[in-house]
Design a protein around this ligand. Structure first.
Ligand code: CUA
Length: 326
């Protein structure tokens, strides 16, 4: 059994890779091996059973056989086709369980990054105080442990290339880990339906060579604003950085929230029955206390940016919204 298994594994290494996403981690290659094994077993039994069926169709064709054979079971055959699949299925289970166990427990000494899921973006917080939104930046060849929670509903953090997926639950920490085997970029999905823009809840995993990553890790985030750029241009970048644009379109179409286009100067109907003129103060208030009095026709799901965004940045975003006028 073991000898033939080794043979199978030697053959299968890349046979089915076209069916799978990229292979970005050791965990991924372990899963690939198991997947290939299941594929080879399936192909073997498919060929065997269809082969026997066709042979019987040929051998017992009515033109060749004129007498009906009345058959009533075959004990040794029944024992064989009970025991062989049982062993195979248990073997596949044990293999899967071993990989799952390795995949599920972050090894001690892993490099930790905290992940916060929020409708509809992924935020990452690093141990040196760095924060990123929509971009997880890690070094190659290091075990990365993600400690995850959600600010609102259940999300699911999924990196297909790493073959890791884990629910991200409010009021609970869940974890997963991976070790990237080469530098590159991989897509991160939310794989649990979490509301209107679930399908927009994407992020990028950037795997950098160790020296490049260290350079990123050490550089202080440029906090002062680049004053050579006009404020509305800075605001444009900030709207993307804070993922405002995943809920507010720039072209006038309504997404989860009102579009930014032609927003400034408009009068909005509020759920309290009042109306409000969209001016600088209104926008600032919406960024910091979004759900104090919602706009009619839109769900009250906007997260507060209190404590995350500076007053200067709010001013730049306001300038950007002002600039979006037809
Ligand atoms: Cu978050 Cu789907």
């Amino acid at each position: 059994m073991i000898v033939t298994l080794k043979g199978i594994l030697a053959v299968n290494t890349n046979a089915f890779s076209y069916l799978l996403p990229g292979t970005g981690s050791h965990v991924a290659s372990w899963w690939n091996d198991l997947f290939s094994f299941v594929m080879w077993v399936s192909i073997f039994f498919f060929v065997l059973l269809i082969g026997i069926t066709l042979a019987f169709v040929y051998k017992y064709h009515h033109k060749k056989v004129d007498k009906v054979i009345d058959s009533h079971g075959n004990t040794s055959l029944e024992i064989l086709w009970t025991i062989v699949p049982t062993i195979l299925v248990l073997f596949i289970f044990a293999w899967g369980w071993l990989v799952y166990k390795k995949m599920h427990r972050p090894p001690a000494g892993s490099f930790e990054v905290r992940v916060i899921g929020q409708q509809w973006r992924w935020k990452f917080a690093y141990n040196n105080g760095k924060n990123t939104v929509g971009e997880l930046i890690v070094p190659v060849g290091k075990r990365i442990k993600l400690l995850m929670t959600s600010e609102d509903v259940i999300h699911s953090f999924f990196i297909p290339d790493m073959r890791v997926k884990q629910d991200v639950v409010p009021g609970l920490y869940t974890a997963l880990w991976f070790e990237a085997i080469k530098p590159g970029e991989h897509v991160i999905y939310c794989s649990e339906y979490c509301g209107g823009l679930h399908s927009n809840m994407l992020a990028t995993l950037k795997v950098l060579p160790q020296d490049e990553w260290l350079e990123w890790w050490r550089t202080q985030e440029k906090t002062e604003r680049d004053l050579s750029i006009p404020p509305e241009k800075r605001g444009d970048g900030l709207a993307a950085k804070y993922a405002c644009t995943s809920c507010h379109s720039l072209d006038g179409s309504a997404l989860i929230g009102p579009s930014f286009r032609n927003l400034f100067g408009r009068t909005e109907k509020l759920t309290s029955g009042k109306t409000a003129l969209v001016d600088e103060d209104y926008i600032r208030n919406k960024i910091l206390k979004p759900n104090s009095d919602g706009v009619v026709g839109y769900p009250q799901v906007m997260p507060s940016f209190q404590g995350q965004i500076s007053e200067e940045e709010i001013m730049d975003i306001i300038a950007f919204i002002k600039s979006l006028k037809d």
